[in-house]
Design a protein around this ligand. Sequence first.
Ligand SMILES: [Zn+2]
Length: 461
Amino acid sequence: MLRPKEVCQILELVRAYSVPIRDDRISELITWYVEALQNAIDIIWDNIEWKYSFPELVRRGGKLTTVIGLKVRIPIIPKDRAFKKRLREELMKDNPYAAHWVDAVIRTAYSIIESWRKKYLRGRARKVKPRIRRRFARCKTTLMKIDYEAKTIRITLKQGEYLYVSWRSTWFEHRVRGWTVGEVIIFDDRIVIPFKSSEEIYVRRVIGWDSNEPSLDGYEPSIGFIHVDLKPLQSIKIVYERKKAIAQSRGKRELYEKYVRRERNREKDFINKLSAGLRLLFPNTVHVFEDLDKEDMVSRKRVERKRRKRNARTPWKRIHRRVSEVALTAYVDPSNTSRECPRCGYVVETQEGQIFKCPRCGLKMNRHKAASINIRRRYLEEKRRRKRRARMRGFPHSNEPEVSMMVELWVGVTPSGRSPVIWIPMKRDPEGDEAREEGLAKTKPNETRTPHYRIELDRKL
Ligand SMILES: [Zn+2]
């Protein structure tokens, strides 16, 4: 059986808070910044070289496979010193601010172009130059002087001209005590300050999470199966799809945009609470997810339709990103996670329906549960491999699922008046199909299996 070895890992924590501010100089700065940023993007864009890339044959597991199936044009972003120097000179021509502001603009322009490039190569963005639509200015640490005693940030605008922001006596002051300040983002009415800290976590548990459209399905031997309901997230989407459609059909643009913002806020709120809940319920844990980017890139055509659909409707990237901000996370290769038998390792050709059936060893179980076991195991195996231990051939697959599937932990995010959302964790019998099919009598939830887990919950809720 694979068990995580207790090791200390460092979790970098980032929390961003905003401080309201009113200052005419800010609007002027942002106006200049946004123009300069678009200018920088235009210049970089005009100097992109488009190169052809041809299909490449790669040997993978004894088979030859094509990495890129078609002739594609790859954008090469200019990064040489001469180009950067010219870019900087061009932007300096019309710069009333400190020279470091130009560097801040250049860096932001590159990061915008880079993220467009990544999306473009994945087929997620068209060949269209990025346009800056929001008013903001991203600062650089070289423009900031932080006084941790006074809890004040001094931002240089021009030589001898400063902007002061303080986080003293804010509601979040105590939350960021001892944390360091990162690069601030300036908006017309507020300044967003990211605070950073690192936390030592002694890893005692590894949970494998299968990402499905209406749920996150997890597995950890000391807990059993975990089912996180994501339906509220879907209903937010459905409700606002309808509202937006109505607003659009009536040509009410402002209303439409209001719904877009509301939807985004509600989704964000849900994801924040979900992540906080995972952190609270499962301390000392590494959360393992499938690397869904890889899924898009490697096996676009081979990925089953249903699996692709889950990416489109549920904001997995945002969920993964947020969870990784508050807890330890890891990602594994998603291929075959739902087609591999968690008991004997046999890979079935096609996997349809909710029940995974292994023709070799006869295991039958819910496919999401099977996938969560596989995801967890894949992470632990990779970790061992990385430690350059002799690779174990025919690694014994876990034979725990039959035992631990007698009970399942159900958790969810539920609105509860004004108070922060409360999680309702409860152990449930699984829906029964596996139990029946396996010929197992339904068993009472075995409380003794997870004693310390229960206590933690009582203490925290
Ligand atoms: Zn099997």
